[in-house]
Design a protein around this ligand. Sequence first.
Ligand SMILES: [Zn+2]
Length: 147
Amino acid sequence: MKTSLLRLVALAVLAFAPTVSHAHEKITAGPNRGRLITAVEPRAEFFVTPERKVQITFVGQDGRPVAPAAQVVTVTTGKRSDPTRLTFAQVGNVLLSDAPLPAGNKLPTVVQIRSAPDARPVTARFNVDTSVCGDCRNAEYACACGH
Ligand SMILES: [Zn+2]
């Protein structure tokens, strides 16, 4: 009786653990110090280039870049009343947006990644704040400090 109760407690802790850790979601930076989107496999690094284009680099389990396969990425960003939709083309080993981000900072952004054109999209939402964090030196959208 006691054992099964303990097991139940353990199961409850396990069940709640992901929720707890999600509340303090820690961002992992990718190979270019962009933001790693970890809900997809392989993981995808969201990085803003100096030209303000969005570069998506897929990252394998070993943390090294892997070439895009059949993934389809779309990014919707900017003012909700006048959003900018970016599409991507493969350039070398990465996907690069067809156009730069709109002007401004702290742009509300939705990234959708399909592992294949007919697959269900995985969605990541965050603000693209390109100011540099004074602690980790990453852009704030990829800040790994957890503040
Ligand atoms: Zn930081």
